[in-house]
Design a protein around this ligand. Structure first.
Ligand code: MRU
Length: 367
């Protein structure tokens, strides 16, 4: 993705030729008002970056976990710490966010690729190249999701004789939620570049407003026509024929096709089902939990109640938090919900589109 004319990924290594390279990320806490890059030098800094959502989104969390393992191994080598330190640090990384299974995937990939080597410089070197490889894999998968999802939009455009295809998305499943390209937004970017007329309805996605802050920012940068809506607007738009298609991302998909995504996704799926609007999930296979048969077992992250009680925004050129309820009012903040497979038209992966209600998901497990 281009930011002010410069190509960026969401995460990369600074001074890539050195085996002691630091990791850099786009610090998403400041978007859309400020573009900031953060340098991470220790695994503890990566733990904070993931849990405090400097980086976020299922794919990016997985890649950040992988780079966190690299930083751990580098630290163990330079400070003479043993493998027990690595075990504790990777457990800490693993526990930063519970719902997106990509985190576990990224960390486990790293451990299996690297830990057979003795604790020397070669292990640090392999950890660095392995984490870069995982980042490239994530970007490549998202690119393929775009290619595989494009025909869905093309067919609707043909049916509408070239009139604008209106697509609703929830939260941010774009470039910022992965290393590059995105999942739900990847086919939309491709369709737009191919000259298909698309327009995106962007759910603001309370409480953290990833739709308003991040998806809108991405779409603006890509020149894709879009409109921000309050979270509860989707049903009304669907009833009035103003939505042709829904595409959302996922944080964990069970083998039976149930999936967890940002809180509020389930209600959009119900409304789409009631209005016979196709509802697609776009996700790389690293988001599938092949050990989990049903969505009911997906751990749902609960975050600070203050994310609900306050909203953050720009006021007099300063980002401020504003209390929106009585000071004493308690709140609860479930960050994700589970949508049953029966409401899903299809799952767009890098390996193709699968029917959520079949045994096709389990078959995606092979390489
Ligand atoms: O809590 P976040 O911002 O890390 O949320 C995850 C998500 O970005 C969404 O659930 C998204 O739709 C999943 S696809 C990356």
């Amino acid at each position: 993705m281009q930011v002010n004319g410069q190509y960026f990924r969401t995460i990369w290594v600074y001074n890539a030729k050195s085996i002691f390279a630091d990791v850099q990320v786009i610090d998403q806490r400041f978007l859309p008002h400020r573009f900031e890059v953060e340098t991470l030098s220790t695994y503890k800094e990566m733990v904070t970056a993931i849990s405090d959502m400097h980086v976020r989104g299922s794919g990016l969390i997985g890649v950040a976990g992988a780079f966190g393992v690299y930083l751990t191994i580098r630290e163990a080598f330079t400070t003479g710490k043993n493998d027990e330190f690595i075990k504790r640090a990777t457990d800490e990384l693993m526990n930063t966010r519970p719902t997106a299974v990509n985190l576990k995937w990224g960390i486990e990939q790293m451990i299996s690729k690297v830990m057979h080597l003795p604790a020397n410089a070669d292990r640090v070197r392999l950890a660095l190249t392995s984490s870069q490889h995982i980042a490239n894999l994530d970007a490549e998968s998202c690119k393929r999701i775009g290619l595989n999802g494009l025909p869905i939009i093309e067919q609707i455009a043909v049916r509408k004789r070239g009139y604008t295809v209106n697509i609703l998305t929830h939260c941010n499943a774009g470039w910022l939620a992965f290393t590059d390209y995105g999942s739900a937004l990847s086919p939309i970017y491709l369709a737009h570049r191919k000259g298909i007329r698309v327009h995106v309805w962007v759910d603001e996605t309370r409480p953290r407003n990833q739709g308003a802050a991040l998806t809108a920012w991405e779409l603006l940068n890509e020149g894709v026509p879009h409109t921000l809506i309050a979270d509860n607007t989707g049903g009304h738009l669907m009833q009035n024929g103003m939505i042709d298609l829904v595409i959302v991302g996922a944080d964990r998909i069970a083998v039976n096709g149930d999936f967890a995504n940002k809180i509020g996704t389930y209600l959009k799926a119900l409304a789409a089902f009631d209005n016979q609007i196709p509802f697609y999930v776009a996700a790389p296979t690293s988001t599938i939990d092949f050990n989990l048969y049903r969505g009911i077992g997906i751990p749902i992250e609960q975050r600070s109640a203050n994310e609900v009680r306050y909203v953050s925004g720009l006021y007099n050129n300063k980002v401020v938090d504003v209390l929106i309820c009585p000071r004493e009012t308690p709140a609860i903040n479930y960050a994700f919900d589970v949508t049953p497979a029966r409401l899903v038209t299809g799952i767009i992966t890098e390996k193709g589109i699968v029917n959520a209600l079949s045994d096709e998901i389990a078959k995606l497990g092979g390489s």
